[in-house]
Ligand binder design. Structure first.
Ligand SMILES: Cc1cc2nc3c(=O)[nH]c(=O)nc-3n(C[C@H](O)[C@H](O)[C@H](O)COP(=O)(O)O)c2cc1C
Length: 214
């Protein structure tokens, strides 16, 4: 049965753009057929703890000998890694928070990026290799080529590095920009661009949810 893992991290439970888009992705996925299932993990509602121990960054065989890792903390990590391992497709809502990732999403990353388990270290372990992952990132302003804040997006690049380069997943990025245009009067001239960006993101999300993992 094709399974989608849906991760959300926005602290906005009412009008979140990333939540709207991950929900649209999941709904489109479900409509593909009765076997298309979704596992939802809301990292804001049910936050993953910070990584409890640096040793959890390493597979058990690579840990400093004699250092005991809390079994409960290890169980959290095992559950999160297993969730990705069984997913056919992953969709991640990744709003820009202070030019970077929501801390809830970062805590999840710190758990699933494990040297020698999910990342090659002394052996070619890369169990998530090839799994499609769609990163949906909304931001109040815009950070593309030619924009005043070009180069200041530290939300998407670390996700591409971790999920793509390091874990070997097949990363697609969808962005919605100028989401603050309707809230901040000084950004009113960007309203049209904001609407166009969101419309394009909706279309792209539906296409990806329809095509990926086939
Ligand atoms: C804590 C916080 C920090 C933010 N930092 C930035 C920022 O650095 N740059 C930016 O363009 N927008 C920033 N924003 C605006 C959000 O990126 C924007 O509202 C986005 O749509 C949030 O995603 P969401 O709609 O899914 O909640 C911030 C919003 C919050 C709540």
């Amino acid at each position: 049965m094709p399974q989608l893992l849906q991760l959300d991290s926005s602290a906005n439970r009412q009008t979140s753009v990333t939540r709207e888009l991950t929900r649209l992705f999941a709904d489109t996925w479900r409509r593909r057929g009765p076997g298309y299932t979704v596992v939802e993990r809301d990292l804001h509602r049910d936050p993953v703890p910070h990584l409890a121990d640096a040793e959890l960054h390493y597979a058990p065989r690579l840990r400093v000998s004699g250092v005991a890792v809390d079994p409960a903390a290890e169980a959290v990590q095992t559950e999160l890694v297993a969730e990705v391992a069984v997913a056919d497709v992953v969709v991640i809502g990744a709003p820009m928070y202070n030019w970077s990732l929501p801390s809830t999403l970062k805590a999840w990353i710190d758990h699933v990026h494990v040297l020698g388990t999910t990342v090659p270290f002394d052996a070619p372990d890369q169990p998530f290799a090839g799994t499609p992952v769609v990163v949906i990132s909304s931001r109040g302003l815009a950070y593309g080529p030619g924009d005043p804040d070009e180069g200041l997006d530290h939300t998407v690049p670390p996700l591409q590095q971790v999920l793509g380069t390091s874990l070997g997943m097949d990363v697609t990025v969808v962005t919605a920009e100028y989401t603050l245009a309707s809230r901040i009067p000084a950004l009113a001239p960007m309203n049209e661009r904001s609407t166009a960006s969101l419309d394009a993101a909706r279309e792209r999300v539906q296409r990806l949810a329809h095509d990926l993992g086939a």
